[in-house]
Design a protein around this ligand. Sequence first.
Ligand code: ADP
Ligand code: GLC
Length: 490
Amino acid sequence: MNILVVAAEVAPFAKVGGLADMTGALPRAWSEEGHDVAVMLPLYGTIDVEHYGIVKTSHVVSVPVGYWTEYAEVWKGFLPDTSVPVYFLRSSEYFDRKGIYGYHDGFEDNDRRYLFFCRAAIETAKALGFQPDVIHAHDYHTAPCMPMLATQYRHDPFYAHTAGVFTIHNMAFQGMYDPVRAMEFGGFPPSEFYPQSWYEHHGSFNAMKAGIMFADKVTTVSPTYSQEIRWTNEGMGLQGALQKRAADLVGVLNGIDTSIWNPTSDVHTAVPFDVRTLAKKAVNKRALLREARLPSGAEAADLPVIGMVSRLTEQKGIPIMMRAVWDILEQRRARLIILGSGMREYEDFFLRAEERFPEHVRFVKGYNEPLSHRIQAGADLYLMPSQFEPCGLTQMYAMAYGTVPVVRSIGGLADTVTHYERSTLQGTGVRFHDYDESAVAYALDHALGLYNDEPHWTQVRTNAMQQDNSIGVAARHYLEVFSWARERHA
Ligand code: ADP
Ligand code: GLC
């Protein structure tokens, strides 16, 4: 199959969150299964062209925008250690800037930037002679590829048999644009925008809704989330649209790229280990404590370390964990090492905690890929009390590294972590249900109780490490969905 992936983030070139991990991992997996994959990504100003060996091609593609034409330069690189081409579309006007989406509220012209990118991606595939069987778009940024394919390109023999598959990674961001601008920049007839139309939601152009309505198949990143977005507020207002497409909506659980997230071969960690050499995890723990400038002597290393690597937003449940974590620190029952950035009030909380418990807390503000691996390898527990979580990858990384996840049982967290039971010795982590402070406190207390309680501590970590969450399963599930989608245009 020829698969064209169009995305606003692809690891390792441009990453804000898990979206990038998935768009980096899936193409590699499909290509290993013998499929032809091409990836399209904007050439953001922050991408290190030299480092990744990205070079300019001779292609300059004409991109219809409204009633005029703009241009995209095509640059080319490869996903690391693969032969999967990544085409970087360059437009100095839209992408030569610092940042991917722009801080806080995003760049003012994000509507125009991504509508341009979608159209440019479809034009570029044609210019390159890469005829996709499937265009796979991700999240609101590239959702407009779906209506573009269905209404502007299907009549073109080149795209007559191309199916459109749209994957929702997060319903919280929908791309609500000014309709006059969006319909024009997207090349959609203004008359197609009216109340209840496939582009409209509460008076705005809604990129996510258009993606959902025009795609041949819609997927989201876990089975539980695929239900939550239909039946609960997690649909963020688009429950109706999702109900209409219910027959074509599939939950495809994310997986992890074990060529990158693997405790036996991780280039960022102190020592490799696997389930048979779990004791070596202690070496990684001490290295992490040293790096965090926390006490790391034998006695100090006895205290459990709670790790977190996260965008610090409400989604990640920071408000409900503050009190429980503070109490535990006050009782000196654990250490906390957290890497992330985001909302000011959450950053301030971790700074305060660090100031108050200098020997127990380290908050590293910012984005740091190598450190994120060392936290996964060195921590004992991984806390993820999300308010909502479409899938979540970090709890899966934690499990792969024998770090016990403490999660709220919603979305993808419910699909990937099972609660450890002492009576059956089954389970891969600690789960709690309610979104409140006492539930987190109870779960953390339970998790700290497991620590040092042998044989359970070794058992839960072994179970976690033995769970197979590798990307191959997800990749094959997508291929099945692609085949169903293609039946419509055979
Ligand atoms: P989300 O996409 O909602 O942020 P996921 O768990 O799916 O959550 O994916 C988050 C990804 O981003 C993981 O690869 C995680 O390691 C990474 N990440 C998040 N914050 C940071 C950070 N501050 N430094 C390095 N990596 C980070
Ligand atoms: C989104 C979600 C996260 C998911 C990731 C990759 O960012 O918040 O839960 O794991 O996409 O699909």
